[in-house]
Design a protein around this ligand. Structure first.
Ligand code: NAD
Length: 436
């Protein structure tokens, strides 16, 4: 099939590349000229494991093309994916201006039947809005389908290739048949396509992300309580997770959830609920708790240094909002850095992929290292904000030699308490005893 993907971010580029790998002829459109130029030269604009290899393979195979020209891109394709940003607006709602803007463009351009498949995360009713906008420009037949994306950054290629389920919101037989054919290589009995109406499909995406954000936040509160009453959150987590009704995933406490999805999606569902005169109390608490949790690491550091961090030098491991991505949108590391800078702390930092994105925000306010050890020399302590696997088994001897004091504040519970005691560290983590 000839396909068009509009928007080549984490979702669009992965969608385009994976569909090209199944033999489709895919044209990816983006308004960012530099991005398109780079991709035309075979340069991938984001870090996502296994994507580069697939990207190169399909460019060489002449199945993956890039352009800034929307009209040209949709000319020979009757299947159009929207993978456009839906960032948080000032009032917390999802900003639909990108989606609406492209809907106007498509309405003016389409000449024959198209199925327009929305992969962006959008509030309930957006399919109808897109339909109305396109219809206001043309009488040509078309369908708008809600097909929310569930891939995780860091596992995006695997998640797209082996989705746990594909959700399709549409009442159109023709659209459903086109999508069934397109997604056939990705599904199996264990990985079904679930058909539903557009409004249910749109809510499924928000309800899923909000539930996961709630699960994380619940465990963060359990961890906070553990710190006060002397329980060990690791034990509690293992005990809880062995109940199949609860499951053992998403029970790891830390310094709050971040990223380009959970924060904005929780806000957007709260806003949509308010607009529908429904007071979604749990989600409002999730928002409040997460703001606090992202601020929970620095007070521990401050307390250790007698509430005076001025002039201290702090090393940070991990800047991305989670491992295996260069994405720093709403990353807890940003809250940590902001608070440390406010208290006149000198910061050195290392992240395997996210340093360029953090440098774009802070310029020379932070010094970066070439590796994890580079940044430790003469630092008063080490803070861990992202649980990259390369931090899992570091040389504690080397860390001790380089740091001014053997002190680690770990926002991701990476190390075993006994081992830290044995290694002679002052070690504070989340929801566990302090090792002194
Ligand atoms: P992104 O910001 O990484 O990429 C969006 C791309 O769209 C950018 O390259 C931008 O230049 C381009 N763009 C903006 N306006 C355009 C226009 N008019 N024409 C063509 N291109 C345009 O976004 P993303 O992370 O890929 O997310 C896209 C959507 O998918 C969002 O709604 C998001 O909530 C949702 N989503 C994201 C993830 C994720 O893990 N990132 C997962 C599931 C769903």
């Amino acid at each position: 099939m000839n396909l068009t993907v509009i928007g080549t971010g984490y979702v669009g580029l992965v969608t385009g590349t994976c569909l090209a790998d199944m033999g489709n002829n895919v044209t990816c459109v983006d308004i960012d000229e530099d991005k398109v130029k780079a991709m035309k030269n075979g340069k991938i604009p984001i870090y996502e494991p296994n994507l580069e290899e697939l990207f190169n393979k399909n460019i060489v195979g002449d199945r993956l093309h890039f352009t800034t020209n929307l009209k040209e891109a949709i000319q020979n394709s009757s299947v159009i994916f929207l993978a456009l940003p839906t960032p948080q607006d000032e009032d917390g709602s999802a900003d639909l201006s990108y989606v609406k803007g492209v809907a106007h463009d498509l309405g003016k351009m389409i000449k024959g039947y198209k199925v327009i498949i929305n992969k962006s995360t959008v509030p309930v009713g957006t399919s109808d809005i897109v339909k109305d906008i396109i219809s206001s420009h043309t009488n040509v037949a078309f369908d708008v389908v809600s097909n929310p994306e569930f891939l995780r950054e860091g596992y995006a290629v695997k998640d797209f290739m082996e989705p746990e389920r594909i959700i399709i919101g549409s009442k159109s037989k023709k659209a459903k048949s086109i999508l069934s054919k397109l997604y056939k290589p990705f599904i199996s009995t264990k990985r079904p396509i679930i058909f539903m109406d557009e409004r249910s499909s749109e809510l499924t995406k928000y309800a899923s992300n909000c539930f996961l954000a709630t699960k994380i936040t619940f465990m963060n509160e359990v961890a906070n309580l553990c710190e006060i009453i002397g329980s060990d959150v690791d034990m509690v987590r293992i005990g809880m997770g062995s109940d199949s009704r609860i499951g053992n995933r998403f029970l790891y406490p830390g310094i709050g959830y971040g990223g380009s999805c959970f924060p904005k999606d929780v806000n957007a569902l709260v806003k949509s609920s308010d607009e529908a005169n429904y007071d979604f109390k749990i989600l409002k608490s999730v928002l409040d708790v997460n703001v606090q949790q992202k601020k929970s690491l620095v007070p521990k550091v401050s307390r250790y240094f007698n509430n005076n961090l001025k002039g201290k030098k702090v090393a940070i491991w991990g800047l991305a909002f989670k491992p295996n991505t260069d994405d720093v949108r709403e990353a807890p590391a940003i809250d940590v850095i902001n608070e440390l800078l406010l208290q006149d702390v000198e910061i050195t930092a290392y992240d395997p992929e996210a340093m360029p994105n953090i440098e774009r925000i802070y310029g020379d306010k932070i010094k970066f290292g070439k590796n994890a050890y580079d940044i430790l020399e003469d630092a008063d302590c080490l803070l861990i904000c992202t649980e990259w696997s390369e931090f899992t088994q570091p040389s504690f001897d080397k860390i001790k030699k380089l740091l001014k004091n053997p002190i680690i504040f770990d926002g991701r519970n990476m190390f075993d308490l006994e081992a830290m005691k044995h290694n002679g560290f002052h070690y504070e983590s989340v929801g566990r005893k302090i090792v002194k």
